[in-house]
Design a binder for this molecule. Structure first.
Ligand SMILES: Cc1cc2nc3c(=O)[nH]c(=O)nc-3n(C[C@H](O)[C@H](O)[C@H](O)COP(=O)(O)OP(=O)(O)OC[C@H]3O[C@@H](n4cnc5c(N)ncnc54)[C@H](O)[C@@H]3O)c2cc1C
Length: 251
């Protein structure tokens, strides 16, 4: 990741990238690794530092979607458990096992959560992080001394994952570069290049020097998270700016 070399590349007026990705959070970096690994000429531009947005401010859980199980979204849970297992395999230095305890206060709570979490374990298959277990009242209090004890009947312990989100982002950026992709931080996209109705690239500013670049691309991906509407407005100025409608998913 040599900034001077990257700036030299993006100054080339005749160069057309296969794909330019706006935003160096988990979404943008994931897209960049995917595109670069398929051999596309890939450029990712981030206006601040990698993962400076939501992607360094998460709860830092790599969960298999246990709450989607309660909602009956089984296919989502299978996919999330698979991804959780792959993250453990691919980045064991960034992902660790985290135990959770659900205290139970009524008669049905114990069997309900024990059976539900056993199903969760089974769905993880070989990628499981350890079996869930019913805890007695004493074991629950010993594990969580500050738990509300009035009416407490016991608990259920289960395993999920925790990760270092910003380090994961840096690892993705490095992986993208390993695959031949190009990533640049402190470079803000301020406008879109158009060819008729089609988007044909971006205008970006080096936030360190103020230098402005016009960069051509066959495909432009808007992975700017809560800023997505601002980028859409560059294309369609009449679009209402409302990040709650931008596809941002509250976790
Ligand atoms: C409170 C909270 C807790 C969460 N906890 C978890 C969790 O435990 N586990 C989990 O998996 N997920 C969690 N999530 C969800 C997860 O953090 C987000 O889904 C994810 O970080 C979104 O990544 P992103 O790349 O889409 O957005 P962002 O990380 O916000 O990235 C967008 C990037 O675009 C850049 N950008 C914007 N405009 C431009 C421009 N014009 N030019 C160049 N760059 C630009 C921004 O600087 C930013 O870095 C949580 C989310 C929240 C809010």
């Amino acid at each position: 990741m040599n900034r001077k070399a990257v700036l030299k590349k993006i100054r080339k007026k005749d160069k057309t990238w296969d794909i330019i990705i706006l935003g160096g959070g988990s979404t943008g970096l994931g897209c960049a690794v995917d595109a670069a690994s398929r051999g596309y000429k890939t450029l990712l531009l981030e206006q601040v530092d990698f993962s400076k947005g939501t992607s360094s401010r998460s709860t830092k859980l790599v969960h298999g979607g246990v709450r989607y199980l309660q909602q009956g979204d089984v296919s989502m849970v299978f996919e999330a458990l698979q991804e959780r297992g792959l993250m453990f395999k691919n980045a064991p230095h960034l992902v660790t096992n985290q135990s959770f305890i659900i205290p139970t206060y009524d008669f049905w709570g114990g069997p309900f959560y024990t059976i539900g979490l056993k199903v969760y374990d089974m769905m993880a298959g070989k990628l499981g992080l350890g079996p869930s277990k019913h805890l007695s009242l004493e074991e629950t209090v010993e594990a969580i001394p500050t738990v509300e004890q009035e009416g407490l009947r016991g608990g259920v312990i289960y395993q999920d994952g925790q990760f270092d989100d910003s380090r994961m982002a840096i690892s993705l950026a490095q992986t993208c570069v390993d695959y031949g992709g190009t990533v640049l931080n402190y470079c803000k996209v301020t406008a879109l290049l158009k060819d008729g109705d089609l988007i044909a690239g971006v205008v970006a500013t080096d936030e360190e020097t103020g230098e402005i670049f016009s960069i051509k691309a066959k495909v432009v991906v808007n992975a700017t998270g809560v800023f997505a509407d601002e980028v859409i407005q560059m294309d369609e100025p009449e679009t209402e700016h409302d990040y709650t409608k931008s596809g941002f998913i509250w976790f």
